[in-house]
Design a protein around this ligand. Structure first.
Ligand SMILES: Cc1cc2nc3c(=O)[nH]c(=O)nc-3n(C[C@H](O)[C@H](O)[C@H](O)COP(=O)(O)OP(=O)(O)OC[C@H]3O[C@@H](n4cnc5c(N)ncnc54)[C@H](O)[C@@H]3O)c2cc1C
Length: 388
């Protein structure tokens, strides 16, 4: 396969660069640079989302009639690469990349007309209510009960690890509407107003010191049945579709490369002016692993029709990206050495970048857990890619 960009792709790249030079402010860049957890805070991602929305570049994966760009997957890759290299904020993915495609595929016309414009405008900020204290990898064992009552469901139970639930005004959730038959057949997919009486959000502190994840408790919460996506008890189909986007529609290598660039800066300013041979070798290995991963990602993207996601190959990309994220994080803290121990009091741009590299390292441990743990991805690769 030819990995050289065509003249049309090079022209597109130049257009993206010109757009970024015009619209990406220093404040937005600073906001992303200071982000050490998974996603930026809404005051960083929100303004950038509005810029992209005005430009018509917010939802490349959506059909053009709903605001999609009609880009090829390779153009999407070019766009993500240029954004990462320029230091643009990540867009909060829960609306545009996760629930948006589900509403487009399974929602009624009324649900599309109500929710899709609010995702685009940023009026709705979504969180994902899938995991529960007793249901993570084995998601089908979820037990948050939704009991029909008139035109509503009444919800009782708990969701956990809910990223940015403390910022969200909407949650998409899997709930149990039946205990008959196979576990997967008793699950429904609901859209929930986070301001509903009976919802309590409690923070979970993580080792990186960020407030990113939460417990969300439901105590007699009423949700209109009109806010169910698809048929009752058919939510598992929506969940499987959504997970393909969660694992596969992200483009990982550009952000990994920009993190590696910061690690290289830390290594260059390391107190040990001469880096050990071991560190140099590890750096070289990570660079070559990242190059290989980038080619794999680009090749996968180049073969995809517009708006599609890679399907089962997502598991390979997600697994490889998670491990690279962790290797780069480890290299970063090793480069800092003892200076890394004072990361909590270090200034953001201080020597060695300890204030960002250390929490990034801590948070990277979660990359082989969320969106399907590494062992689960290995199982999926065995089953769906290798046919074992
Ligand atoms: C930072 C972070 C953010 C998250 N954000 C969200 C969110 O926004 N919304 C949401 O719904 N969830 C979220 N999650 C939850 C995440 O999806 C779950 O943590 C994940 O699915 C694993 O579930 P668990 O924690 O219950 O671990 P378990 O499922 O109990 O797994 C524990 C260990 O056992 C292994 N294991 C389990 N089953 C198997 C098996 N069959 N074969 C081999 N090994 C197995 C796992 O790989 C893992 O190593 C988040 C998690 C983290 C850490």
């Amino acid at each position: 396969m030819n990995l050289e960009l065509s003249p049309a792709d090079l022209a597109f790249q130049a257009e993206v660069r010109a757009f970024l030079a015009m619209h990406l402010t220093d404040a937005l860049r600073e906001g992303q640079r200071g982000t050490t957890s998974m996603y930026p805070e809404p005051e960083v991602s929100g303004p950038w989302q509005r810029v992209l929305q005005v430009q018509g570049w917010l939802v490349p994966l959506w059909p053009e009639e709903w605001g999609g760009t009609g880009w090829t997957a390779l153009q999407r890759f070019i766009f993500e690469t240029e954004c990462a290299l320029a230091g643009a904020p990540l867009v909060h993915p829960m609306g545009v990349r996760l629930v948006g495609p589900v509403i487009l595929r399974f929602g009624t016309q009324a649900q599309k007309s109500l929710y899709l414009p609010r995702i685009l405008s940023g009026e709705d900020y979504w969180c994902q209510g899938f995991s529960e204290p007793g249901a993570g990898s084995d998601l089908a064992s979820l037990s948050l009960r939704a009991r029909p009552d008139g035109d509503d469901y009444v919800l009782d139970g708990t969701k956990i690890w809910t990223t940015q639930a403390h910022h969200a005004n909407r949650m998409f959730a899997l709930v149990r509407t039946s205990t008959e038959g196979k576990r997967q057949q008793g699950i429904s997919f609901l859209l929930i107003d986070m301001a509903s009486p009976g919802i309590t959000v409690r923070p979970i502190a993580t080792i990186g010191g960020d407030h990113d994840v939460n417990e969300v408790h439901f105590d007699g919460v009423r949700v209109p049945q009109a806010d169910r996506i698809g048929e009752e008890n058919a939510g598992w189909e929506c969940a499987k579709y959504l997970l393909e986007f969660e694992r596969g529609a992200g483009i990982f290598s550009p952000r990994l490369r920009s993190q590696l660039k910061r690690v290289a800066e830390a290594m260059a300013s390391s107190a040990d002016q001469v880096l050990s041979e071991g560190m140099q070798r590890r750096f070289g290995e990570v660079v070559s692993d990242l190059d290989t991963f980038e080619w794999l990602e680009m090749r996968t993207m180049a073969a995809l029709p517009p708006g599609d996601n890679p399907g089962p190959v997502s598991s390979i990309l997600k697994l490889r990206a998670s491990r690279l994220k962790q290797e780069i994080g480890e290299l970063g803290v090793d480069a800092l050495g003892a200076a890394g121990l004072r990361w909590r009091s270090a200034p953001p741009d201080g020597p060695g970048l300890a204030a960002t590299l250390v929490p990034e390292y801590c948070n990277s441990r979660a990359f082989t857990i969320f969106g399907g743990a590494a062992e689960i991805q290995l199982g999926l690769i065995g089953k769906t890619v290798l046919g074992l």
